[in-house]
Design a protein around this ligand. Structure first.
Ligand code: ADP
Length: 593
């Protein structure tokens, strides 16, 4: 694994690739250098030799057989250049694979340890997605651009050396002519990069809408609501805007390329003219003239097109490396990667004392003086309107946001003083948007407690999944979802039960159910809560819901409003008090009768 931990600049892309795959990278660079010498200097020499020998033979100065050696040399040079090209590709794809093997785990490790608030914040989330979308390609694009630039410089140097050996002043003239080309390439590279970044914004949005239009996840709603045309229209507008921008970039690039082609022709002509003098005075043979002029033509073309493309890629990798630096510098949660303790601590009580909390980057206090106490072995229910802060309480409890004011006490000790592994072992949460893992049913359940394998059947049974398991082709071993061969998908209710089985499989003493039944009808919801209640006899449970099907069973109901507890008591007590809870219950009465 590669450590990602410094202030990276564009050039560090090369260092990362070198660290990940030293042999292949060195081979790639050496072969590339050899290839560019062969393509220009060596090719010019053998061409010169071939032409001079041929003309000597024509004049009758040399015997016919003399042509074979230069011819073979010419063919060998061309052949070897091609073979080297293939070897370079091989080395480069191996570097890519090695980089993937060693870099991706490092990126994933940072990603997994990031403070949770970065995931919830828009700006940092964008950065995170930019960095983790395709790190290997982003870096390799830069690496290849650097190698490409090196090749161009070597080509230039080898042609210049050749010319210096014949007519030194011509070399200086060529160097002077090449300078504007180089400058133009840098400018064009930068311009194209900036415009590309603008276009990228549109691409991201069209990509998203494209997913909505064609993705599998939305197929039901897409069919039901028939919104394809509407979204299609939006997609087209965005695509048009992006396309126009791209078109402008392409037009600029086209102008640049056309303009520079003219300049290239001029430079090549000037070089040829510069060298004609020495040919006429006999300082240089016709063969040398042809060899050098064709090498100069080839090289100048590279200088014009490839150089600007390489410089553009180098700027892009520079931006990527900056992003990578910022990503690695984001604050991480200590012990984020630790597994839950094998043995949870004995749970006695949990208390919020005057807890205030606002989400990072937001002004609004979501919890404003929240205070309550829960004892082991009892059943609690949080109720309140949507957005009242119920889920936020569970997020604070499980340590996702340690930046709250006030105190959260577990067995009388502040939550932040416990190790992450102890907190993780204490709570098991069935989230509102619980995950659906497209892996076998058994593994889906086992994830609830990795220290406790082998109890999946029992958990499935407790969660009421017997019938479901029996209906699957390979029972518990059946892959769920549609991505694996032989996979079978479940209904929302069944998925919910799988999530509950996962929670039952865990030995965490406090079980939290955060509105996990929202996909169920009120009757199934009540039944499910009743089942869960039965299973959790003697354990501590916390139900979070804005629907009141669960609350009659709770030993204590905590009603949340304005970021604090506004009422608390049993169902009967709260109904008798005729307050906020009674109002909500009356409004929902029809659902549960
Ligand atoms: P509930 O579970 O009671 O429906 P939540 O705890 O999910 O409510 O949300 C409470 C409030 O906090 C809501 O107003 C919501 O908009 C806000 N909120 C939730 N998550 C974030 C976040 N990541 N950043 C900013 N505000 C948030």
């Amino acid at each position: 694994m590669i450590e990602i931990n410094k202030n990276y600049r564009s050039f560090d892309a090369l260092k990362l690739a070198l660290a990940a795959s030293p042999v292949c990278m060195v081979t790639d660079i050496l072969l590339s250098v050899t290839q560019s010498i062969m393509q220009t200097g060596a090719l010019a020499l053998v061409t010169a030799d071939f032409v001079d020998t041929a003309s000597a033979i024509l004049k009758g100065v040399r015997p016919r057989n003399d042509i074979y050696l230069p011819l073979v040399l010419l063919l060998v040079t061309l052949g070897v250049t091609t073979i080297i090209g293939a070897l370079i590709q091989l080395a480069s794809s191996r570097t890519r694979l090695n980089l993937k093997r060693r870099l991706i785990p490092s990126v994933v490790k940072i990603y997994a340890a990031l403070d949770y608030r970065h995931i919830e914040n828009n700006t940092s989330w964008e950065l995170i997605s930019r960095v983790s979308r395709d790190p290997v390609n982003s870096i390799m694009e830069g690496v290849e651009a650097y190698i490409q630039s090196l090749k161009i410089i070597i080509s230039l140097a080898s042609v210049l050396i050749l010319i210096v050996t014949r007519v030194w002043w011509a070399a200086i003239i060529i160097l002077i002519f090449s300078a504007p080309m180089f400058w133009l390439s840098v400018r064009a590279g930068r311009k194209v990069y900036q415009a590309g970044r603008e276009a990228e914004k549109f691409n991201r949005r069209t990509e998203y809408l494209g997913d909505v239009l064609t993705g599998r996840d939305n197929v039901d709603e897409r069919t039901l609501f028939g919104y394809s045309d509407e979204i299609n229209g939006k997609w087209q507008n965005l695509y048009e805007a992006g396309r126009k921008l791209q078109l402008r970039v392409t037009a600029r690039m086209f102008l640049f390329i056309k303009g520079s082609s003219l300049l290239l022709v001029l430079i090549s002509l000037l070089v040829a003219l510069t060298l004609i003098g020495p040919v006429l005075t006999g300082q240089m043979t016709a063969g040398w003239f042809m060899g050098i002029v064709s090498a100069v033509f080839g090289m100048i073309q590279k200088l014009g097109f490839q150089m600007s493309r390489s410089l553009e890629s180098i700027s892009r990798v520079g931006e990527y490396m900056k992003d990578l630096t910022a990503f690695a510098a984001m604050s991480q949660t200590k012990d984020a990667l630790t597994e839950p303790d094998a043995e949870p601590i004995e749970f006695k009580s949990l208390e919020f004392r005057n807890v205030c909390f606002r989400y990072p980057g937001s002004e609004r206090l979501v919890l404003d003086g929240m205070s309550f106490k829960m004892e082991a072995g009892r059943h609690y229910a949080f109720v309140g309107k949507n957005g009242a802060g119920k889920t936020t309480i569970t997020k604070l409890l499980t340590g996702l946001f340690p930046q709250y004011q006030g105190e959260i006490l577990i067995n009388g000790k502040e939550l932040r003083e416990y190790s992450a592994s102890a907190v993780k072992a204490l709570f098991s949460v069935v989230y509102q948007d619980f995950a659906r893992y497209y892996i076998p049913m058994k593994d889906n359940i086992a994830l609830g407690d990795l220290h406790r394998k082998g109890n999946e059947m029992e958990a499935a049974h407790l969660a009421g999944l017997d019938e479901t398991v029996n209906s699957l082709n390979h029972g518990l071993d059946t892959p769920l979802g549609k991505i694996m061969a032989g996979g079978q998908d479940l209904s929302s209710g069944q998925w919910q039960r799988v999530a509950i089985a996962r929670s039952l499989n865990s030995r965490a003493p406090v079980k939290i159910l955060d509105e996990p039944t929202s996909a169920l009808d009120p009757i199934s919801e009540s039944l499910l809560y009743r089942d869960f209640e039965r299973l959790m006899l003697g354990k501590t449970t916390v139900f979070v819901s804005h629907r009141l099907g669960s609350t009659k069973l709770a030993d204590e109901i905590l009603v949340i409003g304005s970021g604090r507890i506004i009422e608390r008591g049993t169902h009967d007590e709260l109904m008798a008090a005729n307050g906020s809870y009674a109002g909500m219950f009356e409004a929902q009465r029809g659902w549960y009768l």
